[in-house]
Design a protein. Structure first.
Length: 178
């Protein structure tokens, strides 16, 4: 069933949350431009067709088609997704791996995970939700070891110490070095 209005509201709500969090970190341009590709026909109409309301429509498209055309388009245009940073290594072991993500995109990824959790889980969201989502799937992620360590550190800090302390740490310790 097609749900273009519900999908539009969902992605817009998500973008506004990410913008709010990015602004708190001083990442104004990233907050303003976050996930704009979701409004392109390639992503928007697939999202409207596979709209779920409680999780990404990419999962439903993937279940039906065996892949998600929307996700393939999205990850290649948005640097806050770790999959954007997968490249050939130049060796056979492994032939592909995660490249080191710049800290500003790791910070945006954390904002994205918080916003996605709040958008889809609504009232059942806790500061542990982003860690639980990541931890459930981390085995298949191709990530640079430093990016993995930083991502896990920030998601665990969010889980254990909350949003305010995590954002303060990111601003004070990570983004001041840019």
């Amino acid at each position: 069933m097609w749900h273009p209005i519900k999908h539009f509201r969902t992605i817009t709500h998500h973008r506004m949350l990410v913008a709010k969090y990015c602004f708190r970190l001083g990442l104004y341009w990233q907050g303003l431009t976050h996930d704009l590709s979701k409004y392109t026909p390639t992503e928007f109409w697939v999202g409207a067709r596979y709209y779920q309301g409680d999780h990404s429509p990419n999962e439903a498209e993937r279940a039906e088609r065996g892949y998600s055309s929307s996700w393939l388009h999205h990850k290649g245009r948005n640097k806050h997704h770790l999959e954007y940073w997968v490249d050939y290594t130049g060796t056979d072991d492994p032939p592909m791996d995660g490249m080191k993500m710049p800290v500003r995109y790791v910070a945006e990824m954390i904002c994205d995970r918080i916003a996605a959790g709040k958008t889809y889980k609504k009232g059942s969201y806790t500061d542990a939700s982003p860690w639980e989502y990541y931890n459930h799937s981390k085995k298949h992620y191709l990530m640079h070891p430093e990016t993995r360590a930083l991502t896990e550190q920030l998601l665990q800090m969010l889980r254990d110490e909350g949003e305010e302390k995590t954002f303060a740490y990111i601003r004070r310790e990570l983004l001041k070095k840019r």
